[in-house]
Design a protein around this ligand. Sequence first.
Ligand SMILES: Cc1cc2nc3c(=O)[nH]c(=O)nc-3n(C[C@H](O)[C@H](O)[C@H](O)COP(=O)(O)OP(=O)(O)OC[C@H]3O[C@@H](n4cnc5c(N)ncnc54)[C@H](O)[C@@H]3O)c2cc1C
Length: 332
Amino acid sequence: MTLDLLATVDIAVIGAGLAGLSCARHLSNAGAKVAIFDKARGVGGRLATRRGSLACFDHGAQYFTARAPELVLAVADWQADGVVEQWQGRIRAFDGTHFAPVPSERRYVGVPGMSSLAQHLLGKLPFFAEHRLLELAWNGHDWRLKFEDGGRCHARWLVLALPAPQAAALLGMEHPLYAQVASVSMAPCWSVMLRCARPLPCEFDGCFVNAGLLSWVARDSSKPSRPRSEAWVLHASPVWSRQHVRESPEAVTVALLSAFARLANTRIEPPEVNAHRWLYAMADQPLQFGCLGLLDQHLVLAGDWLNGSRVEGAWLSGLRSAEWLLALSAKA
Ligand SMILES: Cc1cc2nc3c(=O)[nH]c(=O)nc-3n(C[C@H](O)[C@H](O)[C@H](O)COP(=O)(O)OP(=O)(O)OC[C@H]3O[C@@H](n4cnc5c(N)ncnc54)[C@H](O)[C@@H]3O)c2cc1C
């Protein structure tokens, strides 16, 4: 979609991750007019799926849980729509010496990939891909937005659904919400995706690794509706990812593969392997506000960092920001 120069939109949602999409979907369902912008080519943000020639990898969020009653209801709808299924993988925890079972809970995944849920939430809502917001200014009546490609627009209401450091950089140090937003730091995460020629002899499909440089490994091919080729995703711990944030993908791949070979106690020579760095993977100490609004400026911030730093929190933050906006715009 292209943007008319100096177009005016009612509600601009910046960020098409789960928080932005949840907000936009709830607003649109209530009859509001929204336009969604993202710097990426597609939707989903950290709810991401990479499709290889023979395998499919969820290299961001692995699965999600649903505890809040609103999300439990939404998940039932998504299951009925065929975009979410329960993952029955065998999950373990490793403490450096022993593997132990973890408490069972319902773990949901998008099908055929995590990003399918984002596509589903977007539906036919207006979406401007490859629109990186560069500048924003409130003029007392509306927002002036300037994008990287030179596009501009006005928005009566603005939703910033971005990781905290990116939202803080856009708001600028003079903004009244800057200090609160900038106080939330986010850890990076290196993610390595590998397709193996044959199934690995592991007695788990997912493992929380609580020792060494790995934090999590998952057999993505054990998730429902995935290609059958043996596919794994490995995540480095926040501490290791921070220490190696500027490392080359090749060096990171070597380090994570060798740690995984030790964990799985097997030789691993994958024919296909890739690394991805998430610069803002998870908030170190997320806030629990739901969302953060500024009535005077018709502005609301949403994102996982405002609600627990997980998929569930991101979706709920989007919902809370939509509720906040609907309540206020009704009065304005
Ligand atoms: C490696 C990893 C593993 C994870 N595992 C799990 C898990 O197993 N379970 C779980 O529940 N959660 C997990 N999470 C967390 C989960 O992915 C996030 O909580 C959730 O997806 C965050 O959604 P969000 O909408 O708040 O942010 P994001 O998904 O980050 O969305 C923000 C969007 O803003 C866009 N953007 C940024 N700057 C601009 C700009 N200037 N202009 C326009 N667009 C911009 C980005 O492109 C992005 O699409 C994981 C995250 C990572 C990275």
